[in-house]
Design a protein around this ligand. Structure first.
Ligand code: ARG
Length: 682
């Protein structure tokens, strides 16, 4: 085990050397480098063979070491004893409390039971009863089972006591109690909690520290000339949020719109364009309704043999890059893109267009690579590739069609290669409907087989369910047509204005404020309704539900936030005054309800780390809702400003205003990650 790293380093070294030589050999075969008759050529070839051989040996050594462990990752580093934090002043507002608790108990458990391999370290929240502490360590039961299996006589309570005896003192823990069948109840040190919250007051809401990665997020990705449907809306909303959380953590995120902008449908579109607008090169044709245009051309294609032939000829012309055809294609793409952009602008989404056409040449390259390596098999005229050559399970990729054309599979093989090799990505995320899950499983298997994906690199498919109407059927208009997204957003705007007027807000807010509130509510609700459901499930699109100000909705949260923000305003305390108070005395806990709220706020880094790894945004929504519930409880029980009978302010409790401030900041950060705009008044 101790030698593990070196083997891996050696493998990488050999891999690099072999690759360098391979590249050189490749250049020679292309004629870029001339070594004809050069004795070095033979030397390079033997060298390369030797290195490849060494590579196989080293890789097998790693495999042998890792076998027995269930993880697929090749890397299994020897467990290091975690470094525990002892100095309060080294702690900042972004500390992940539960991770530190895990470290503390890992140290305790491994020193109590040094012979147990990988003992479970289970830390959970204690729930609502303060009798059970703030967190719990529930490892004793599992460890006791493990010991029994080794014929050691013990019980969970005894194990819990042994762990307790070995728990190092920590500035995070006030005390620990053994309770019930063998639970360890952990009480958090309030001074440490105050310190963390004061950091947030002084320096703002900061992300927990992580290793910076290059992350490619492929989302939205509608198809040119075709409908951008509600599925693409989901991909857009979820993808945007994923980018935001990863960017907040400091990652280098590449936001890619993998537009369907290349394919045989362009043949008929171009043929139709040539007929309808022969002077399209000098005058931009009014194809504002591209979908109608698409339908017309499809109709002709299906009914008119002559047209069909021409459409096919157009595909050939386009694929051989005839300038006229390229400009017709560009024109059609531009019209489509302008339509998509309207949606992105409204939803405040930023994304780089890089559609399938971008990979044209790269597809040739990857096909050659797969062919040369012998991965492609003939199948009724097509060239296919299996993820696992020994077990033909599921379906293979169709890499080349029988007519020599490429497919969605081919483009995704070229895409992953580009993202690994040119973008040097560390994570590859694809946000599409759950129906494409198998496609990405196969792409991953084939990319791994071809050596494009290495070791622990993987494809992360962020799948999501279908949007349903209130009748639980596929979301359609009353007349059964597919819903146009722009119209959906317009309807949202209308409904949100109705709601504001119903509450008489139009009489209180300025026209500018009213418009801001209208947009924040409309788009916020649509986004939140999507993100607050577990994405893998289908969800029912209902304006009535998402605009309800009592449930777990964006309106409710936005109201809650404006209310919190108004507390300091009614107390007539400016941000400057509050800042001065923070500098002077800082935040301190008083009432039990403050502690309850404070504990929720302290969990922010934990939630961020969880969501950024599993990419399930509903946990962040649940967290937001939890904050606002804890706040409501706090505000019911604790007044921040005391007034006399005449309504004159007689006392201001600054600590509580500070807690309001932290709550608002954490909520604002969460809403920002969800892509929801906040307003100061609504
Ligand atoms: N255009 C595809 C669709 O509408 C989504 C593309 C997703 N990205 C990818 N690299 N395959 O379903």
């Amino acid at each position: 085990m101790s030698d593990h790293k070196t083997i891996e380093e050696r493998t990488m070294q050999a891999e690099r050397e072999a690759q360098a030589i391979e590249e050189e050999l490749d250049k020679i075969s292309r004629g870029d480098l001339s070594y004809v008759g050069d004795p070095r050529l033979e030397k390079l070839s033997t060298e390369n063979e030797k290195l490849k051989h060494r590579l196989v040996i080293l890789e097998n050594a790693i495999k042998a070491e890792c076998s027995g462990s269930k993880t697929t990752a090749v890397k299994k580093e020897p467990k290091k004893r975690p470094n525990l934090i002892t100095d309060v002043n080294s702690v900042e507002g972004n500390i992940c409390l539960v991770d530190e608790l895990k470290n503390i108990f890992e140290v305790a458990i491994t020193s109590a039971y040094p012979d147990l391999e990988d003992p479970p370290v289970v830390i959970t929240l204690s729930g609502n009863n303060p009798k059970f502490g703030d967190y719990q360590c529930n490892s004793a039961m599992a460890i006791s089972q493990l010991l029994k299996a080794k014929n050691v006589k013990t019980n969970p309570r005894e194990v819990a006591n042994n762990i307790l005896n070995k728990t190092p003192t920590s500035p995070f823990i006030e005390r620990i109690e053994v309770a019930g069948a063998g639970f360890l109840n952990i009480y958090i040190n309030k001074m440490m909690a105050e310190h963390i919250l004061n950091c947030i007051l002084r320096f703002g809401v900061k992300p927990p520290p992580v290793k910076r990665e290059k992350i490619v997020v492929d989302f939205s990705s509608p198809n040119i000339a075709k409908e951008m449907h509600v599925g693409h809306l989901r991909s857009t909303i979820i993808g945007e949020s994923i980018c935001r959380i990863l960017e907040f953590l400091g990652h280098d995120v590449l936001r890619i719109n993998h537009l369907g902008d290349w394919g045989t449908q362009f043949g008929m579109l171009i043929a139709h364009l040539q007929d309808k607008f022969p002077d399209y090169k000098t005058h931009s044709p009014p194809i504002s309704d591209l979908q109608a245009f698409y339908k017309e051309s499809k109709k002709r294609f299906d009914e008119d043999e002559e047209f069909k032939k021409r459409a096919y000829a157009c595909v050939v012309q386009l694929q051989s890059h005839q300038p006229d055809y390229i400009s017709a294609w560009k024109l059609i793409c531009d019209v489509s893109r302008q339509e998509f952009q309207k949606i992105y602008d409204r939803l405040d989404v930023s994304i780089i267009d890089r559609g399938e056409s971008f990979y044209q040449d790269r597809m040739d390259v990857v096909v050659k690579q797969l062919k040369d390596a012998g991965y492609l098999e003939e199948d009724e005229g097509r060239l296919i590739m299996w993820g696992n050559p020994d077990k033909h399970e599921g379906i293979p990729l169709t890499v080349v069609k029988s007519d020599g054309g490429y497919t969605y599979d081919t483009s995704d093989m070229a895409t992953i290669k580009q993202r690994v090799e040119e973008e040097k990505g560390d994570r590859f995320i694809y946000v599409t409907d759950a129906g494409q899950a198998t496609h990405f499983v196969i792409i991953e298997a084939c990319a791994r087989r071809a050596g494009i994906l290495k070791n622990n690199q993987k494809i992360e498919h962020v799948g999501f369910g279908v949007v349903l109407g209130e009748d639980k059927k596929k979301f359609k208009t009353r007349s059964g047509d597919t819903i146009k997204l722009i119209e959906l957003l317009d309807e949202g705007l209308k409904r949100s204005m109705d709601k504001l007027v119903e509450k008489g807000r139009d009489k209180v807010l300025s026209p500018e404020e009213l418009k801001q509130a209208q947009e924040a509510i409309a788009y916020g609700c649509i986004k939140y309704a999507d993100l607050s459901h577990n994405r893998i499930n289908d969800y029912i699109f209902s304006f009535d539900k998402m605009l309800d100000d009592k449930g777990n909705t964006a309106v409710y949260l936005l109201y809650a936030l404006t209310r919190i923000r108004s507390i300091a305003r009614t107390a007539q305390i400016s941000q400057e005054q509050l800042k001065a108070e923070i500098e002077k005395s800082g935040f301190k806990f008083g009432h039990e309800a403050e502690w309850k709220l404070g504990k929720v706020l302290l969990r922010f880094p934990e939630i961020i780390l969880k969501v950024s790894s599993d990419l399930y945004l509903h946990s962040l929504c649940e967290y937001l809702y939890e904050i606002s519930s804890a706040f409501t409880e706090f505000y019911d029980k604790c007044y921040c400003v005391e007034k006399d009978k005449e309504g004159k302010i007689v006392k201001i409790i600054y600590e509580r205003l500070m807690l309001c401030e932290i709550t608002a900041r954490v909520m604002e950060k969460c809403l920002d990650i969800l892509g929801i705009k906040t307003v100061s008044k609504m």
